[in-house]
Design a protein around this ligand. Structure first.
Ligand code: NAD
Length: 487
């Protein structure tokens, strides 16, 4: 069955989700469809007292359901049932995701929904397989390192891939025995709300996963500062990440996991498979129309192949055809809002006026909705915002280098260190460069995450603190207790 849909036909859940039910409130925020700007629904905004209600309900559910104290295999069973139901309800979930976010419905169905179910199963396996460690002490003693859940984890997510980000936060936190109160972006709340409804339908205790709706200033900061939140897990901009960390520090020195912005380089050597590099680079920047933290928006290419690579990328970019996210054939996304589209255009225009060469794109599409043409900029000056700022749009800069030293120096960003791509057929060079790249993730002869959830993801420098995914994310959702017993 085709996943195409008419956004007028969907029922949008539009309330906070507390104790297993939607709680409505006065409409305060309009949620738009980026594909054509229409208002899909209005949603309420949780003030501090609503956030308190959600946290108290989660705290009670975590304790009274025995979520953490029961045999761990019961957690695995409950989470697996939830993953099964997510797969069974993949179509409505993908449609709710596609309605308000930039995710085309086919992508949401094949990738995002499938990945969330996989991640829930992946982390559920940790519940009954992670062991505390006995440590060497005198025979008259027993020493061990135990770990326990934090209680209630406060999670906050961005709008660019809302379902996938919710999965990153929820799966390890719940598997590790916590309850979660999640605030999705005010622009994309629907799929997260449906995920919460499915959790209850699958048999997870009511209240174990609550959702509060609202903006960052009121709802987000009330969640982070709540005294009963034991840990904060955040995905969003570096600007907001700094505010979150400050609030968390001032309200009980809570530990934070921060997944933040990036301006990642893709380094192409002359010995690389240039067609492969062009395909990978273009696919990444076109995916979600560049609205991805890992976007790989700074291409660095060795002089002798710069024209060949740029021309091929520009040719591939020209094939992008915009369409509404609710059409199953759409592969090229709208920009989330006119505001964001104008920001992209301002940065590109500023580069053009400063003398950069726009090899392709550089304007919005003449099409209903907020669509921007894939853009390739060359001869950009080293202080250009196009080179330094996270654009969060379909814009690539291409710069040239002559050797490894210059490539390593140019790849280094003064602020960010999220990921990096490397294209070369020389394994020794790849190993030397991997060590020199300042990034939490390096991909060689590919670009982008695989579905190997065992690989953690996290940024260096101002791109973040801590990791989502991998064993590291499970551990980050439990706190350590050292125990020494004199016998
Ligand atoms: P944003 O920082 O504006 O908002 C993210 C979330 O934080 C939203 O839910 C927002 O309401 C909330 N928020 C904002 N200010 C807050 C505050 N002071 N306290 C608490 N909550 C607050 O980011 P965005 O525009 O939604 O998303 C784009 C950004 O997210 C980009 O910078 C992108 O790189 C980043 N991102 C990073 C990753 C990663 O894994 N590193 C993944 C996806 C997106």
């Amino acid at each position: 069955m085709s996943p195409s849909f008419d956004p007028r036909d969907l029922t949008y859940p539009a309330g906070h989700f507390l104790d297993g039910a939607l709680v409505s409130g006065p409409d305060q925020i309009a949620v738009h469809a980026p594909s054509d700007g229409r208002v899909l629904s209005d949603i309420p905004l949780a003030d501090a007292s609503m956030v308190d209600r959600a946290v108290q309900s989660a705290k009670k559910a975590q304790v009274e359901s025995g979520w953490a104290s029961q045999r761990p295999r019961e957690r695995l069973k409950a989470l697996s049932a939830w993953a099964d139901l997510i797969e069974a309800e993949a179509l409505p979930l993908a449609q709710l995701e596609a309605a308000s976010s930039p995710r085309p419905v086919t992508d949401a169905l094949k990738n995002d929904v499938a990945v969330v179910a996989e991640q829930i199963r992946f982390f559920a396996e940790f519940a009954d397989k992670s062991c505390d460690a006995l440590v060497p002490t005198a025979d008259s003693q027993i020493g061990f390192v135990a770990s326990e859940p934090y209680g209630v984890v406060g999670a906050i997510t961005a709008w660019n891939v809302p379902l996938a980000l919710a999965g990153w936060k929820l799966a390890p936190a719940l598997a590790a025995g916590n309850a979660v109160v999640l605030k999705p972006s005010e622009m994309t709340p629907f799929s997260t709300l449906y995920l919460a409804e499915l959790a209850v339908r699958a048999g997870l205790p009511k209240g174990l996963f609550n959702v509060v709706l609202g903006d960052g200033a009121t709802t987000g900061s009330a969640l982070v500062s709540h005294p009963d939140i034991g840990k904060v897990s955040f995905t969003g901009s570096t600007r907001a990440g700094i505010e979150v960390m400050t609030t968390a520090a001032r309200s009980g020195l809570k530990p934070v996991t921060l997944e933040l912005g990036g301006k990642s380089p893709q380094v192409v050597f002359a010995d690389a498979d240039i067609e492969l590099a062009a395909q990978c680079i273009t696919r990444t920047i076109l995916s979600n129309a560049g609205q991805g933290c890992v976007a790989g928006s700074r291409v660095l290419v060795q002089d002798s192949v710069a024209d060949q690579l740029s021309e091929r990328i520009a040719a591939l970019m020209d094939l992008a055809t915009p369409g509404p996210t609710w059409d199953a054939e759409t592969t090229y996304s709208p920009i989330i809002s006119d505001r964001q589209l104008n920001r992209i255009d301002e940065i590109v225009s500023a580069a053009r006026h400063a003398g950069a060469e726009i090899q392709c794109g550089g304007t919005r599409f003449d099409h209903e909705g907020s669509f921007y043409k894939p853009t390739l900029i060359r001869k950009v000056s080293s202080d250009s915002p196009a080179l330094l700022e996270e654009i969060f749009g379909p814009v690539l800069t291409v710069q040239t280098f002559s050797d490894e030293d210059e490539a390593a120096e140019m790849a280094r960003h003064p602020v960010y260190g999220l990921c990096a791509g490397l294209f070369t057929r020389d394994l020794s060079r790849a190993m030397r460069m991997i060590r020199r790249l300042e990034a939490g993730t390096v991909w060689v002869n590919r670009y982008g995450r695989s579905r190997d959830h065992i690989l953690p993801t996290g940024g260096w420098k101002s791109s973040g603190i801590g990791q989502d995914l991998g064993k590291e994310a499970y551990r980050a959702n439990r706190r350590i207790k050292s125990v020494l017993i004199d016998l």
